[in-house]
Design a protein around this ligand. Structure first.
Ligand code: ZN
Length: 472
């Protein structure tokens, strides 16, 4: 048995809830599911497998200094919870806790989590107290399914972003550390490790912060010295950046060359030479400036998008909003360029621009298109401006606008817009997210366009298929 001697059951006054029988040491312990915990009842016993043991670290607050250590456990129902301990209690438990082992825990303070520090899918966490009893189970194998469930990399294409997963793969490349500037201006180190699993797809594991240094350096040294390395990453988050990636922050757990059955097939298979090819989800076409992505993978980027991405979509233009397809623009010069700011009609033949602070008799017209794009994976709304509209309809905005008043032709804006629909195009787009009414939205702006070149498209697709076969 690991851990200190079990203290005699202490009867504590309970202000809330039911006083359950005290936990016994035998196998007939009353184990509660983690999900049944609540802050008002402190007589419980839970059992779970350690999915993530963190390093002990020091803290300094105005009130006191000390050390803190935390780990996560998961029970048989797949419910996770974080367990944190401070100072002497942290010292006491730090060396007992082993990644992957199962423990029975009773007593401790159950409290609401601070979501800034704790991203687990549980509103509660446990703080160990002096009366907490933590015992290792005799049978570590009694863990939840998640413990040994490694997600194959080809399954990641359909895995929702932010899902926590475990992966196992052969390390095929370890990149250098790069410094990434976050949106808030702070910087963080990042290192990309490419791994390749039995599904033979290579995926980027992004090591962030301390893991990019410690783990990253170890992996780099082993890999450059020619050591065959199998890496297990647990509790990593699925993300999307030029295709699917796995984000491994400080809270992940990892193991190098583990002695587990899942590592055997990889060992027998050995390294793969061509494994530096990019993940097919990125659909990287080397002669294209932009990455090719499906609409589904763009939509999946909504939840996690480190930065805006440039991507091409091969798509059918399903629909263009007709009313309106333009905006009234200021025709004046501003700072040596056409102003183009949206101007307002004050009266007949009298327009005003808020930027130029000037009035003029006639406005200009500029395309402001909202278009629905569709590929084999889904649909998405995109915005496009004058450069795209002019190319799409082969008419300037004003020419198209004036058609509705031109009685000498049967062509109307409606007919012209409709003619552009249900055709194949390749759009180069900029995809970013913004927040509107505290809801995150995806924003697609079309930067360039061309009618689909079927021959070039086929060549590109064939090259990608060949690339996939080369890895297999
Ligand atoms: Zn203006």
């Amino acid at each position: 048995m690991l851990g200190r001697e079990t203290p005699p059951p202490t009867k504590r006054a309970l202000k809330f809830g039911v006083d359950l029988p005290s936990p016994q040491n035998g196998p007939s312990e009353n184990i509660s599911p983690i999900k049944s915990l609540n802050p008002y009842q402190n007589n419980w016993t839970i059992k779970g497998c350690v999915t993530n043991k963190r390093k002990m670290h020091k803290y300094n607050t105005p009130k006191r200094n000390g050390q803190v250590f935390s780990f996560d456990i998961i029970d048989e129902e797949g419910c996770e919870i974080r367990i944190t301990s401070f100072d002497e209690i942290a010292e006491l438990h730090y060396h007992q806790i082993e990644q992957g082992a199962s423990y029975v825990l009773s007593k401790g303070t159950v409290k609401d989590v601070n979501k800034v520090y704790n991203k687990l899918n549980n509103q509660l966490e446990i703080i160990l107290t002096e009366t907490s009893v933590l015992k290792r189970c005799a049978l570590d194998a009694v863990g939840p399914d998640k413990k040994t469930r490694f997600t194959p990399t080809d399954e990641l294409l359909t895995t929702t972003n932010n899902t926590l997963i475990d992966v196992i793969g052969v390390v095929v490349n370890v990149g250098e550390i790069s410094v990434i500037r976050r949106k808030d201006g702070s910087v963080v180190n990042k290192r990309i490790v490419k791994i390749n699993d039995m599904s033979t797809l290579t995926i980027d594991v992004n090591l962030w912060g301390p893991s990019s240094e410690q783990l990253g350096n170890d992996l780099k040294n082993m890999h450059t010295s020619g050591t065959f390395v199998i890496l297990v990453v647990q509790n990593a988050r699925v993300g999307c950046f030029n295709g699917k990636v796995i984000n491994a922050s400080a809270s992940i757990a990892f193991e190098i060359n583990p002695s587990i059955p899942e590592a055997e097939p990889l060992r027998l298979r050995g390294p793969i030479q061509q494994s530096l090819d990019p993940h097919p989800s990125a659909l990287h076409c080397k002669n294209n400036q932009y990455q090719r992505m499906s609409i589904a993978s763009i939509l999946q980027c909504l939840s996690v998008m480190p930065e805006a991405i440039e991507t091409t979509i091969t798509t059918v233009l399903r629909f263009i909003k007709e009313d309106p397809f333009y905006y009234t623009a200021c025709p004046l010069q501003f700072n040596g360029k056409e102003c183009k700011k949206k101007c307002a009609k004050l009266a007949e033949n009298l327009w005003s621009c808020p930027r130029c602070q000037t009035q003029f008799p006639e406005c200009n017209y500029k395309y402001l298109l909202q278009m629905k794009l569709q590929d084999h994976t889904g649909t998405i709304w995109a915005n496009a401006f004058d450069n795209i509209g002019t190319k799409l309809f082969s008419l300037s905005t004003k020419e198209l606008y004036m058609l509705q008043y031109d009685l000498t032709t049967e062509k109307t804006p409606h007919i012209i817009l409709k003619k552009a629909m249900f055709k194949h195009y390749t759009f180069a787009t900029l995809v970013s997210t913004d927040t509107f009414n505290s809801e995150r939205r995806i924003k697609v702006t079309i930067d360039k366009m061309q009618r689909l070149d079927f021959k070039a498209e086929s060549t590109c697709l064939l090259a990608e298929i060949a690339q996939m076969h080369a890895v297999t």
